[in-house]
Write a protein that binds this ligand. Sequence first.
Ligand SMILES: [Zn+2]
Length: 259
Amino acid sequence: MNSKVVLVLVDGMVPESLEACGHGFVPGFLEKSISIMNARTVMPSSTLPCHMSLFHSVLPQRHGILTNTYVPQVRPIAGLFELLKKCGRTTATFYNWEQLRDLSRPGSLSYSHYISQYDYENTDSRLTDSAIDYINEKSPDFVFIYLGNTDEIGHKYGWMSKEYLDAVNIAWSCIERIYNGISGEYTIIVTADHGGHDYTHGTELDSDMTIPIIIRSSVPCRASDRAKDASIIDIAPTIAEIMGVEPDSDWKGESLVCR
Ligand SMILES: [Zn+2]
């Protein structure tokens, strides 16, 4: 049996912040999920290169996006949105960092909702409400929700500062609302693009490179052998597995779950 998927990405959320943020929804959600707390992102540990690797299942050297400025790919790879379009599945994105508009090629998405990031905390919450409404109205097959506030606060006050942990707590309130607000037919995957240290990220330090990947599957499945060495490039093949579509032959990651 296959499942629809909602992927929630909290920008810059480090694994140790999940417990430290003190949100009451987190322990129960982790318990019901496949929780990987030592997954690796890619270098450079920056937002757009990491997102490109997440959605195209290759390292930055292959997709060629090495900074937060998008450039057309020299040898284009089909990303998750292109693959799902080819398979006749519907997709939607909700985001508040405009550079992410280049994660999919024109014509791939069924729906896209962008709010300017002038006030991340407020826009994270508005995006969450819009996504819940859209999911309940249209029942799309795959939804990507990007929450940008945590990274913004990390840069301003420092990773693992009180303000940063408050931001992670707010992100989990959004995730709790999504979990409670949509049909149980959806698998929910929560992850981050990169971590952070002091007031920044982008380096090869463990604190920048380690991310959580939490898979709350709505269909029976267990962690695959790959889960022990999980990478951000495994997320697209994992979503393909859960949705019952063949991953693209150019993809280098592997599914983190098996049936
Ligand atoms: Zn950042």
